[in-house]
Design a protein around this ligand. Structure first.
Ligand code: AMP
Ligand code: MG
Length: 410
């Protein structure tokens, strides 16, 4: 258990242990940010009926055939139809029916002439241009036929997906349930942001930054527990977290310090260790375990290590639970604008800022403050340069692989 796992192997092991949660039915209003666990098909053609796409006059083509400025055509006004009402009559020869946008097209009409192009003369309307068949109409079934597949399983529910489902007459959707997440934040030295500090104390940033990162991915932690480095207290906190959540994320107390009790406590709570220690920088002491279907991530306490570990090891698992396919768009090649000394041996995640140049390529600069305790450095970054373990020193102008931070996409 003391040997270090490669980063890629660690991620693979995490993803292998991810189990889907049973789908839930949510009202369309609640389903934003979830992923469809069902295929969506139409029960009727969309649109359902022929209608006018403008405010104007429904006509029979043959009646205004050859209309021009020199040959104005006069049609008699028959009636008016607004959106929401079925037109009671057929359009009579040499007549026109005034229609509003969305009004059902009267029977026998072939097109609608925009109101702006028609002059009214008492009860007579004057047409001075020809029109093609179907002009200014929305046809029944022109977007989807009956029984067409509109969305496949795995589609992200975005605002227009919600709009489309409403259009199709779906008031609720079957989606993958989001995991319930509990956090256990450890450390005797930690105080709340509003505290006056005594010497040796620091303010707790992980409770807030980790919760915020989860929130930006659409997951609000249901429980955040701040616990001292005390076995009994930790045990109580983890027991509660395991009871309440599908995924438990702790920060701190997982390294080799005398008061790092997290692994011991989890083992006593029958959490099976899948790995401890990953060849990554930052984030070496990362722990991952399971109890049944529940996942437990023990992140290192250093704030940057915790955030980078959340982003690289935990978020992929949460996304998989939610049915979200990993977006390749997060990864890019970029030209590095500085030299990077390597010690090797670990996959490195360098906090950096990438920008797109005029030729569409990315260039990348380091963020100031690379220490794993320097949250400012991470706040100034929009991406991580991912340096594989075997890669040698990197010099300015080399191409490197970057991944955008999920909370800070370009
Ligand atoms: P640990 O992983 O518990 O050994 O903590 C490593 C370093 O991160 C120590 O300097 C801790 O004081 C610091 N640290 C741990 N947890 C937090 C936190 N929630 N907020 C800020 N710093 C932390
Ligand atoms: Mg600690």
């Amino acid at each position: 258990m003391n040997s270090m796992l490669e980063f890629n192997e660690a991620l693979e092991k995490v993803l292998k242990h991810v189990r889907r949660l049973l789908p839930v039915k949510l009202s369309i209003a609640e389903s934003l940010g979830f992923v469809l666990a069902e295929e969506i098909k139409t029960k009727e053609p969309v649109p359902l009926f022929d209608s006018s796409s403008v405010d104007g006059y429904a006509v029979r083509l043959q009646d205004i055939h050859n209309a021009s400025d020199d040959h104005p055509v006069h049609l008699a006004m028959q009636s008016t139809v607004s959106a929401g009402f079925a037109p009671p009559q057929l359009l009579k020869p040499f007549h026109t029916i005034k229609v509003m946008t969305g009004a059902v097209l009267p029977k026998k009409a072939d097109a609608v002439v925009m109101k702006e192009l028609v002059k009214a003369k008492g009860e007579t309307l004057v047409f001075t241009s020809e029109i093609r068949e179907g002009a200014n109409l929305r046809r029944r079934g022109e977007e989807f036929g009956k029984g067409d597949i509109v969305f496949s399983k795995g589609t992200n529910v975005t605002p227009p997906v919600i709009g489309m489902c409403a259009t199709l007459g779906l008031a609720s959707l079957k989606v993958y349930r989001k995991p319930r997440v509990a956090m256990v934040i450890t450390g005797n030295e930690l105080r709340s942001p509003s505290s006056q500090l005594r010497r040796g104390q620091v303010r707790d940033s992980n409770s807030y930054a980790l919760a915020a990162a989860l929130k930006s991915a659409g997951i609000t932690p249901s429980l955040v527990l701040q616990v001292r480095d005390n076995k009994e207290m930790l045990s109580k906190a983890f027991a509660r977290a395991l009871k309440k959540a599908d995924v438990v994320i702790s920060a701190g107390g997982v390294s080799v310090g005398d008061f790092d009790y997290v692994k011991q406590v989890l083992s006593d709570l029958r959490v099976k260790t899948i790995f401890w220690r990953v060849a990554m920088k930052p984030g070496k002491p990362n722990y991952f375990g399971t109890r049944g279907k529940k996942l437990v991530f023990g992140l290192p306490g250093n704030p940057v290590s915790a955030m980078v570990s959340l982003e690289t090891l935990v978020m992929p698992a949460l996304r998989k639970i939610m049915g979200i396919h990993f977006s390749e768009a997060l990864h890019q090649d970029a030209v590095i604008e500085f030299d990077l000394k390597r010690n090797g041996g670990r996959t490195e995640f360098v906090r950096a800022f990438a920008s797109r140049s005029d030729d569409g390529r990315y260039t990348v600069k380091p963020a100031v403050g690379q220490g794993s305790h320097m949250v400012g450095g991470l706040a100034g970054a929009n991406c991580l340069i991912v340096v594989p373990k075997e890669r040698e020193n990197i010099v300015k102008g080399d191409t490197v692989s970057i991944r955008f931070l999920s909370w800070n996409r370009l």
